[in-house]
Design a protein around this ligand. Structure first.
Ligand SMILES: Nc1ncnc2c1ncn2[C@@H]1O[C@H](COP(=O)(O)OP(=O)(O)OP(=O)(O)O)[C@@H](O)[C@H]1O
Ligand SMILES: [Mg+2]
Length: 452
């Protein structure tokens, strides 16, 4: 643990000397000041972990100093004269952590310090924990009973009992992060933390220190030693999201962690060992990234010990009614009241859409519909798709990457064109045919192949 620095603020030199010696024995570093204004500048310049401050300072009262410090709780323990309980209460109200009355036993000081540092560690732990958890409420259950989803459940069941590294693949919004949190909760690592890292969100230079931590002075701005995500996830799970975006250099370091379960902090010599479950996710097709030389083949095999593929929503329309029900429940403003209904027409509109954004897009559409329906029945007019106005959207690039064959893609385009033409012509087939500059017979023939 790095040495903590404590700022002593007292105009009495013998008091400072006594505290200085005592704190040095206890393993702290100290800084000393004599006035209130010096407290403020020492805090902003030297960032001590804690301030031990006499309430009566020559230039201003300690209470005034407290008032000027920011934040609801301040890392300050005030020293008050015996009998000054009113002042002590006021100091606490202004956000001091605690107070001790003069004259005091050094034992008292020791206890207050211990309480403070324990408390701080706990708060930090909770903050890190909730940061990792809040992105996806772990109570969100997984919904769907299509054959494709049943396959996913089986895979989860098989992996749950093992410590194996898992690679979760699937298009955007298919539930990769949700699966990762379920895998964590069902594993023997569930007592540890689930620490998430979005590999796409950080530039390479930061990603490395984010993952592995750094030593003090490793680079400009590294003012203190910092633990990386792998260390935070010790005895827990690390979720490497968007792993396809990781640079080759960082991939190399990650490979070593997967092989040896050890690494060094950036700028450090010391080898750190961790026992961490690794789950990675990507919406890229990693075999293609490997072929293109953007992803290390050895790392791919290390990650892909178990592969869970989440099929796109358009390939499991059967799950839509269940998902809609679950999402309505998740997002309606008054849980527990009468269930909100959805009309058959609205449901059909949802079932025939192509869902390029998958479940996340469905979630957005449901949320919007809930607002518009205002607690009543959700009907067709409450359903709208961002930008596409309900029409099917074909992402050709995405399909080429997924290996959809040309005839299927062309058929999809044809179908979309026919639907659009009908829509624009207000259902008039003759007009729709002339919009597409084909004969009505030709139009009807093609429409028939698509059951339109
Ligand atoms: N099968 C499911 N049942 C219930 N909710 C789901 C299901 N799949 C996804 N969701 C919900 O859809 C939203 C998007 O899921 P998630 O963030 O896990 O997707 P993702 O695959 O990680 O997307 P991206 O690749 O864009 O990061 C979340 O709110 C999640 O709870
Ligand atoms: Mg995600």
């Amino acid at each position: 643990m790095p040495t903590e620095t404590i700022l002593i603020a007292d105009d009495d030199a013998s008091m400072r000397a006594m505290l200085r010696e005592f704190l040095a024995d206890e393993g702290y570093e100290t800084i000393e000041v004599e006035t209130g204004s010096a407290v403020e500048s020492a805090i902003s310049e030297q960032n001590p972990a804690l301030v031990l401050m006499d309430i009566r300072l020559p230039d201003k009262s300690g209470l005034d100093v407290l008032k000027e410090l920011k934040g609801p709780q301040k890392p300050v323990i005030v020293m008050t004269a015996f009998g000054g309980s009113g002042v002590a209460i006021e100091a606490m109200r202004l956000g001091a952590y605690d107070y001790i009355t003069k004259p005091f036993d050094l034992d008292d000081v020791s206890q207050v310090l211990k309480r403070y540092f324990d408390h701080r560690q706990l708060t930090q732990h909770v903050a890190e924990l909730s940061e990792a958890i809040t992105r996806n409420d772990p109570s969100d259950p997984l919904v769907g009973n299509s054959p494709a989803m049943q396959e996913v459940y089986k895979q989860i069941g098989r992996v749950a009992a093992s410590d194996a590294t898992v690679l979760i693949t699937g298009e955007t919004g298919t539930g990769k992060e949700l699966i990762a949190s379920i895998l964590h909760r069902t594993s023997r690592y569930s007592r540890g933390r689930l620490v998430k890292v979005n590999c796409a969100a950080l530039p390479e230079s930061l990603l490395e220190s984010e993952l592995f931590g750094h030593e003090k002075g490793a680079f400009t701005g590294a003012v203190a030693q910092r633990k990386g995500r792998f260390e935070l996830a010790d005895k827990g799970t690390i979720f490497l999201d968007e792993i396809g975006e990781m640079t080759l250099a960082t991939q190399k370091k990650l490979l070593r962690v997967l092989q040896e379960r050890e690494f060094e902090r950036v700028g450090g010599q010391l080898t750190v060992k961790v026992d961490t479950r690794v789950i990675a996710a990507t919406n890229k097709i990693l075999t293609q990234e490997v072929e293109a030389g953007r992803f290390r083949e050895d790392l791919y095999y290390r990650l892909n010990v178990i592969d869970i593929y989440l099929p796109p929503l358009r390939e499991r329309e059967g799950d839509i009614p269940l998902l809609v029900e679950a999402l309505i429940d998740r997002h309606r403003s008054n849980p527990g009241t009468t269930p909100i209904r959805i009309s058959q027409g609205a449901l059909e509109k949802l079932e025939t859409y192509s869902w390029p954004g998958n479940v996340r897009e469905l979630e957005n559409v449901v949320q919007r519909a809930l607002v518009l329906a205002q607690g009543g029945v959700i009907s067709e007019q409450h359903i709208s798709f961002a930008g596409t106005d309900g029409r099917r959207l074909i992402d050709i690039g995405e399909r080429v990457r997924r290996g959809v064959d040309l005839p299927e893609m062309l058929a999809d385009i044809e179908r979309t064109a026919i639907e659009e033409a009908l829509d624009i012509a207000g259902g008039d087939r003759k007009e729709a045919a002339s919009l597409l500059t084909i004969s009505l017979t030709e139009f009807n023939k093609r429409a028939k192949t698509f059951d339109l």
